[in-house]
Design a binder for this molecule. Structure first.
Ligand code: NAG
Ligand code: NAG
Ligand code: NAG
Length: 457
């Protein structure tokens, strides 16, 4: 069905091009990329549980993205191929087991087949081709797709993670392509966990990724597969999301070594065009000055994340101070870094000004905002009206979120672009791009401004 919709859309919008591509004529290799590979399955995993059609809609001509001159305007497809309890609490509640706090324990503490069935249902339904159509209709150019290492075919042992998402990942990339969206494929979870957060797949106070060179080598093997299998279909490969560089010098040196080797792996496996995306490892971009010589011609991009909600001092900022922080701190820092070093994207941010979303800090963990996290920090107020269904949001709150959205877009467009976190959530509307459009705090046309020049005032 998805492919007939794609074809209809193609025919409706560009009949001549669709007709050309059906005949597979005229299109040069530079603009048409090959069909995705047939589904394959992690050799330690089960056979592909449900056949997924990866037959490609006849590709429409695909124009390479002009990084550096056209801003990236994107959304993250969070909570799809890496479960996060706060994005889909129902999946975790339905386990009836409070100890299941991430995708790792989801596989570890349940009957394998039962857990797999839930995952397959989720892969099939959390986002569908309709979402890609809506993302394109929202004027966005990019999707960033987080994936876990356990979903990528390799001979690396992934237990207790449950593999099987690969054909769905291939289909997602195909959908993006079919609707004119550019893709950043983002390795979001690495062997041993690169940060201990549930969004790495494994919530742990003792992440191991950097501490065992075998993990780093295994991650490079995963990147090799991503680059060789998906390279022809995607615009960029992000080597690893949010490495915890703050955990000490072993982490800092491991991530430096990994960026260098990962860059070479992508170049060997996918050629020179795919953009290689790295992160600042929470060290601040200034710690990465000069790290990649000639970064722009080598097509390397820095992905910087900004949330102002994960500490008391950040939560203490007034609404105006959140905006000032973007204008006076983040924007000049990133703009200077970008012009002296490498393309830089604001790759994760949101309109949320609290940590109130249920389980945002982890399943069973409360919020700093209302003190439910415990530990004696500042209590800022009630979470009522800050999260959940936007029908409970005040007009003032939504007006502020519009401003906060606009200033962060202003930041992104002062560098090479922005990618909002995240397209969809089950019940935290303040984080949902989709609900933002519905509620009007995010415009359907991302170039629209109600508050132009927030940073110039
Ligand atoms: C599997 O492991 C072997 C030995 O560790 C290695 O030589 C080989 O390249 C691996 N294959 C893949 C597809 O990663
Ligand atoms: C990791 O890979 C490097 C380079 O190929 C190799 O020298 C090293 O022995 C490997 N380490 C482990 C633990 O596999
Ligand atoms: C949010 O509230 C509206 C209005 O009360 C309701 O129609 C809608 O179903 C609610 N959405 C969710 C996800 O509960």
């Amino acid at each position: 069905m998805w492919w007939s919709i794609a074809l209809l859309l193609g025919l409706a919008t560009a009949p001549a091009l669709a007709a050309q591509s059906q005949c597979r004529l005229v299109l040069s290799p530079a603009t048409v990329r090959p069909s995705p590979p047939a589904p394959s399955v992690n050799s330690h995993g089960p056979h592909n549980p449900t056949p997924v059609s990866t037959s490609t809609p006849t590709p429409t001509p695909f124009v390479p993205f002009a990084y550096g001159s056209v801003p990236i305007r994107g959304v993250n497809l969070g909570g799809w191929f890496v479960l996060e309890p706060w994005i889909t609490p129902s999946i975790f509640i339905n386990t009836n087991n409070d100890a299941i706090v991430d995708e790792f324990t989801f596989g570890q503490m349940q009957n394998y087949q039962a857990a797999l069935d839930v995952l397959v249902q989720h892969w099939n339904t959390w986002l569908t081709e309709e979402d890609f159509i809506a993302i394109a209709a929202a004027g966005l150019t990019h999707v960033r797709i987080p994936v876990g290492y356990w979903s990528v075919p390799s001979n690396i042992s992934v237990s207790p993670h449950i593999p099987g998402a690969w054909p769905y990942i291939q289909r997602a990339v195909t959908w993006a392509r079919a609707h004119g969206l550019h893709t950043i494929i983002d390795l979001h979870g690495a062997p041993g966990s690169q940060n201990g957060y549930d969004n790495s797949g494994q919530r742990t106070s003792s992440p191991q990724w950097a501490l065992d060179p075998a993990n780093v080598n295994a991650t490079l093997a995963i990147i090799e597969v991503l680059a060789s299998q998906l390279g022809p279909m995607v615009d960029a490969i992000e080597l690893l999301n949010e490495v915890a560089g703050f955990l000490g010098s072993a982490w800092d040196s491991a991530v430096r070594d990994y960026w260098t080797r990962g860059y070479e792996v992508v170049r060997q496996a996918a050629g020179d065009n795919v953009v290689v995306v790295v992160g600042d490892a929470f060290e601040g971009v200034d710690n990465w000055q000069g790290f990649f010589p000639n970064a722009e011609s080598n097509r390397v991009m820095m992905d910087y994340h900004e949330y102002q909600i994960f500490s008391d001092p950040e939560l203490a900022r007034t609404e105006d101070q959140h905006i000032q922080f973007v204008c006076q701190s983040t924007l000049p820092t990133l703009a200077t870094f970008a012009s002296n070093n490498m393309w830089t994207v604001s790759g994760e941010w949101s309109t949320s000004i609290t940590d109130c979303a249920l389980w945002l800090n982890g399943r069973g963990v409360g919020a700093r905002w209302d003190g439910s996290i415990g530990g004696g920090g500042t209590v800022f107020g009630s979470c009522d009206g800050f999260t959940g269904n936007w029908s409970t949001f005040s007009q003032d709150y939504m007006t502020y979120m519009r401003k906060y959205w606009e200033v962060q877009v202003e930041l992104g467009e002062a560098i090479q672009g922005w990618i909002y976190w995240t397209w969809k959530t089950e019940s935290a509307d303040e984080w949902s791009y989709q609900k933002g459009i519905e509620g009007g705090w995010i415009p359907q046309d991302p170039s629209q401004r109600l508050y132009p020049g927030l940073c110039n005032g």
